[in-house]
Design a protein around this ligand. Structure first.
Ligand code: CMP
Length: 138
């Protein structure tokens, strides 16, 4: 099915100059970028985005990290975009991420794993709504 997903280059990816690499892979795969912005995520927005992790031991560190510098927030459209983008990212823990995936190729630790992608259609809709107004999607 034609889907939209929320994709993000995290602060470590931006700092390390990997924005172009991420965009290159998405574009070469044939995905359409329908929304994109550079932003520093406000704390409240980060807490909302990561709401499902509230109470977990890594929650505070996760919120601090994701608000620590600019991210590139994107909405990506394509066939099975949600699962396909997750395949391109690789496993959450870079130790388990296959070579050829973004995390397999570029990330070293679970806390700084370069990219984010929604894990299901409901999550994608929710996350897109947190970061984009309807009129920002072209
Ligand atoms: P992501 O799936 O994009 O969103 C939640 C993030 O929490 C995850 O990436 C990891 O970067 C981070 N994280 C840190 N520790 C853990 C853990 N033990 N399990 C899952 N995610 C973790």
């Amino acid at each position: 099915a034609l889907e939209r997903t929320y994709a993000m280059v995290k602060p470590d990816g931006v700092k390390r100059g990997l924005v172009g690499e991420v965009l290159r892979r998405l574009e070469h795969k044939g995905f359409k970028i329908v929304g994109m912005k550079l932003m520093q995520i406000p704390r409240a927005t980060a807490e909302e985005h990561y709401g499902e992790h509230r109470g977990k031991p890594f929650f505070e560190g996760l919120v601090s990290f994701i608000t620590s510098g600019p991210v590139v927030a994107m909405v990506v459209e394509g066939e099975n975009a949600i699962a396909e983008w997750r395949k391109m990212m690789g496993a959450t823990n870079p130790k388990d991420a296959a070579p050829g995936t973004l995390r397999g190729d570029f990330a070293a630790t679970i806390d700084e794993n370069i990219v984010h992608g929604s894990d299901a259609p409901e999550t994608a809709e929710r996350e897109i709504g947190i970061f984009f107004k309807p009129e920002e999607l072209l």
